[in-house]
Design a protein around this ligand. Sequence first.
Ligand code: ZN
Length: 214
Amino acid sequence: MNLFRGRAGNFVKILLHLIWPINCPVCGRPGEVICCDCIRSLFWKEVITHESENLHIYSASFYHTDVKDIILGFKYAGLRTLCRPIGQAMGEFLTRPDDVDYLIPVPLHIDSTRTYNQAYELALGLGDTWQINVIEPARWAKVIPNHAGLNAIEHKRLSKDAFKISEDIADLKIALVDDVCTTGTTLLRLAQVCEDSGAKVKCAYTLATVRGDL
Ligand SMILES: [Zn+2]
């Protein structure tokens, strides 16, 4: 029995909201971290793909207003609870890769003041839906200027040694996960260091992209 369906379901949601006052940040519906309808409305009509130096990147949405608000909320408003349900929904929207052993998120910047990594939380959601485990072997090798403004020129300057791998990932088949793809350089740099460590990087997934070839 689904307690959240029908009029009785609404009553349960209202009760839940009284006990645990949360609202969907998109539509304001009570009792929802974010509602399913609003998650789906964030996604583009089809999966957006683009290829950068042989790395296929699949995104669920363009970086439009609502998605931008959500991603900025992940980063600066502590909307951690949204990440995993959105990742789970991404897993239903995107096609599950056949031959991937693990998902690896882009790590949190060294100087970040956040207590969580939104890319990791999204990866956990994807992993829930796809039944693929998430590992965090990657670290930033140095402090990188904050990219809140999605400065493409800055991203392109990202050096080839931007990341380091702290665990043995040799022979693993992996997919990378990030919240947003700007130029693709961050994912390319991470893919390269993973390949240099002996892993096979199959592809990458992001919630949003500022580019893409439809
Ligand atoms: Zn909603």
